[in-house]
Design a protein around this ligand. Sequence first.
Ligand code: HAM
Length: 419
Amino acid sequence: MPKTQYTTHLGMVDILPDESPKWRALEAIIHEEATKFDFEEIRTPILEQTELIKRGVGQLTDIVTKEIFAFTKGDSNYVLRPELTAPVVRSFVQHTLAQRGGVQKLYYIGPMFRAERPQKGRQRQFHQFGLELIGTDNPLADVECITFMMRIYQRIGIKNFTLKLNSVGDPESREGYKDVLRKYLQPHFDQLSELSQKRLEKNPMRILDSKEPEDQEFIKNAPMISDHLNEESKQHFESVKSYLDMRGIEYVIDPLLVRGMDYYTKTAFELTSSDLGSQDALAGGGRYDLLVEEIGGQPTPAVGFAAGMERLFIACEELGIELTEPKSLDLYIVSLGENARNWAIQNIHQFRETGVSASMDYQARSMKAQMKEANRENARFTLIVGDNELETGKLVLRNMLESEEQLLSFEEVFSYLNE
Ligand code: HAM
């Protein structure tokens, strides 16, 4: 009988040892920049209550209607988080983070789950880094958020992108606009996709984000929200644009940009790249002034964004940018014979304790095999120990880059590596 081969689920991939250095490099950049911007990290569970996501993201969104992985166990309904804005807001409300005072500037890195049809740049488990600024409606917060997002790409060297910007209006503007949109779409009801028909009454703005082919003609000619913004929304949008101008950040206005979640109000933005193919969004976000209240908190304005990490790596590949953490090992102890192995077992930690990274053979292999492994591990030095060396107390320290060897006592090796 053939052996069963277990594999990852469709659209879910392993990050293998050769790939993890680039993940760590990117994560290091995100942590470093977040510190410079004075943002604090938040980590929330992978599983959330299904009702939170339905309520937060929106009952009629693609994410909720088609893409969530949800299950029931006992009396609880669990969902694998498809995004982190609703969970971060849940955490903000649950732990009354507002009491810490000021604006909460929270960032995160982690896996998300959406049951989408996998293709290049689209997975079922993917990773995002993102930011939520909770507690201010000042347009400067929107611009800080966008600046941070752009900074990460700029630092990595990805320049070939477009920042698309729109305002989806405050609640008052949206209500007025929804009426206009309903009136425009109603006569075409029979030609709309089934999902859009369902959305027309309750949530017609969702239709503008529809990917169904039969809806496209109507979306193209739809009245635009930008023509239906009230004074406050207009003013807010103008300020966002002028702060972006002040910072020298270029953007294009995209009146059809409504984004995939229902929580957005006022500013909406997306960063797209021509290096990505059909899944061209590197990152996206916007303001969500009603979500905190929707989830049970006090009315609190907020803005945020999230970026796809796999898509960032695809852009790097296309542009020939190598993101990596140099793999380095300070010392590999080559031990020959049982006594030498015992010596290595006893002494390796002394190196590690002083900050020298050190590895050794586990399998009593030949000198050649151990040297080969030291090379593969990119070791800067090897320490060669056999019966003879233990007897004389002089060990061979080999500088692997310069191919030079010196005979040193243990204390000398120790102080040499710690210089
Ligand atoms: P989103 O646009 O759904 O926004 O996702 C943000 C980014 O995650 C996308 O631009 C894309 O790069 C990446 N992404 C999304 N789905 C996939 C997938 N299936 N495979 C690979 N990458 C993917 C949000 O999630 C919002 N929570 C952003 C936000 C934060 N808005 C306000 N605050």
